[in-house]
Design a protein around this ligand. Structure first.
Ligand code: PHE
Length: 340
């Protein structure tokens, strides 16, 4: 009779443990069986009613049931714990063998890229790269370039004037004079940099853009030398034949002066907003250095002469990549910049 009852109890308990679907349900089952008011405790309390000669055997059997229930509980708890751990591992799983996406890297601005290419090209031909201030004096920006105070050329370049009488340089040509003063003849220099003009902004005009000035001073420099270097420059940049034309151009600091135009690479010469429908783009104003400018630079024009050019770097970048709006270059739009 006791044997029977205990076997029943064991069977029900083990079945309930097996059936528990969650840790909470299992804990409830545990309390129902092993708790102070649980079914095993109830049996223990009735031990007194058992005839003394059977007590030892029943006690032994009771302990065996208790052990069986406890190990079943433990097994089930372990099973739940393992399942929880597996779920967490699945959720947190990382494939350490996957290649890393790498740190996000920026890129050089297209103007910077083309600038360093041209620097490399000219350095390979013996030119030095010079820097000049963006806030210039009237002297270096105008006077020393043979542009007298009342000269109409000052109106050609709408200038941002500072309150103290200095100005934002309107071109990189002031570095010519600084270069001559600093290095003397013979001289081969380029000077890339930012220039500023008080202009209304549209697809082909910016108040801030980049030029690259070049100057060579030596004995008996001619237009042929100038053309040689300009052709080498264009070939180095475009890696192909680019149609060019030379027009007379007026700049007080050169004599003779030229405008070197290239055929518009955006429309192929058909006409577009960048070339103002003309099919040609002014890219390289240039000429032989005016004797007065050499004098301002401390160089004797009877002994030396030279050529100079002022390359529109910003425009060059637009031609090279087919960019039809100059405002994109300084707009800071990452969708634009990430393409380079
Ligand atoms: N400084 C001139 C400009 O900005 C360009 C130029 C440079 C022309 C050198 C001739 C020689 O327009």
């Amino acid at each position: 009779m006791w044997r029977h009852k205990l076997a029943d109890l064991e069977q029900t308990a083990l079945a309930a443990i097996q059936a528990a679907a969650t840790p909470d349900a299992l804990e409830k089952v545990r309390v129902e069986i092993l708790g102070r008011k649980g079914s095993l405790a109830a049996v223990s309390r009735e031990m007194g009613k058992i005839p003394p000669e059977e007590r030892a055997a029943v006690g032994k059997r009771l302990n065996a049931v208790k052990d069986a229930v406890e190990s079943a509980l433990e097994a089930k708890q372990t099973q739940f714990a393992r399942a929880a751990l597996n779920a967490r591992l699945d959720a947190e799983w990382v494939d350490l063998t996957l290649p890393s996406p790498g740190a996000p890297a920026g890129s050089l601005h297209p103007v910077t890229q083309i600038q360093s290419e041209i620097e490399d090209l000219f350095e390979s031909m013996g030119f030095v790269v010079l820097d000049g201030p963006e806030v210039e004096t009237e002297y270096y920006n105008f006077d020393a370039l043979n542009i007298p105070p009342d000269h109409p050329a000052r109106d050609m370049q709408d200038t941002f004037w500072m309150k103290d009488g200095n100005l934002l340089r309107t071109h990189t040509s002031p570095v010519q004079v600084r270069g001559m003063e600093r290095l003397g003849p013979p001289l081969r220099m380029i000077a890339p940099g930012r220039v500023f003009r008080n202009e209304s902004v549209d697809a082909s005009h910016e108040h801030t853009f980049y030029q690259l000035e070049g100057m060579m001073v030596d004995r008996e420099v001619s237009v042929a030398h100038l053309l040689y270097f300009m052709k080498t420059l264009l070939q180095g940049i475009f890696h192909r034949e680019v149609a060019v034309r030379l027009r007379p151009g007026f700049f007080p600091f050169v004599e003779p002066g030229f405008e070197l135009d290239i055929q518009c690479l955006i429309c192929g010469g058909k006409g577009c907003p960048v070339c103002k429908q003309s099919g040609w783009v002014e890219l390289l104003p240039c000429g032989l250095v005016h004797p007065n400018v050499l004098r301002f630079g401390g160089i004797d024009p009877d002994q030396w002469n030279g050529f100079a050019f002022g390359l529109g770097l910003t425009r060059l970048v637009m031609m090279r990549y087919g960019i039809d709006d100059i405002r994109l270059l300084q707009g800071g739009d990452l969708r634009f910049l990430k393409q380079f």
